[in-house]
Design a protein around this ligand. Structure first.
Ligand SMILES: C[S@@+](CC[C@H](N)C(=O)[O-])C[C@H]1O[C@@H](n2cnc3c(N)ncnc32)[C@H](O)[C@@H]1O
Length: 205
């Protein structure tokens, strides 16, 4: 159930980041929530894309909360350590690998993510079905390959909760196969045709 990998569906993440960056320019705090983050490859991928596209100065103001129900009880520790095997890192472009990862000398075949990226992710164990968000005022919520595990009625409630946790005009990002339930069309508008990047509508604050 926690299947994930680094640089998964970067197409969608890059679209979302490209839309968000000009909209948050000049803000002293840009809050992002990665809901259902598994062992960390997704929030770390997102942080690397943001660092690459925003530049160091603006990236300093980004705060990413990564959460998961985590039935293994290990995700927090894995994410905090930021060490992954070369198998897990296989899809990362070489220039990114060199820039953001260093080999762990005492454990060959493993790599640690740079401190600048590691320090951006704050992990929290959290069950989305409590319908209580980890915070509010988010500029972006990424929830990929998670909603499909829920019943339709639960999915609607979780997406409504996301709408409440987003800042006005904030973005909700899901996987490509996740269609917005029709009942919620008043809450979100899909803003790019070929990626599930939704903007919270103006009327919903
Ligand atoms: C397939 S993984 C997706 C990981 C990552 N988002 C990705 O797309 O690569 C699904 C994750 O959803 C988490 N999950 C399932 N039910 C959840 C719930 N009720 N609340 C929070 N996370 C949940 C699982 O623990 C798992 O880590």
């Amino acid at each position: 159930m926690a299947f994930t990998f680094f640089f998964r569906d970067t197409h969608t993440l890059e679209h979302a980041v490209a839309v968000m960056i000009p909209e948050v320019a000049g803000r002293s705090r840009v809050r992002i929530w990665d809901a259902g983050c598994a062992m960390g490859p997704e929030p770390y991928t997102l942080a690397i894309i943001l660092a690459e596209k925003m530049g160091n100065f603006a990236f300093k103001n980004v705060y990413i909360t990564a959460s998961d129900i985590d039935e293994s009880g290990q995700f927090g520790e894995i994410i905090k350590r930021g060490i992954y095997t070369d198998e897990e890192l296989g899809r990362i472009p070489e220039d990114i690998m060199t820039k953001y990862f260093s080999p762990v000398v005492e454990n060959p075949g493993t790599y640690i993510i740079s401190e600048g990226i590691r320090g951006k992710i704050k992990y929290q164990t959290h069950d989305l079905l409590t319908l209580s968000p980890v915070g509010d005022g988010f500029s972006m919520i990424v929830c990929k390959n998670v909603l499909l595990h829920f019943e339709y009625a639960e999915r609607i409630k979780v997406i409504e909760m996301f709408a409440g946790a987003l800042a006005p005009g904030g973005l909700l990002v899901t996987e490509h196969t996740q269609k917005m339930p029709e009942e919620l069309n008043h809450l979100f508008t899909q803003i790019v045709p070929d990626a599930r990047v939704y903007r919270k509508t103006e009327t919903h604050v």
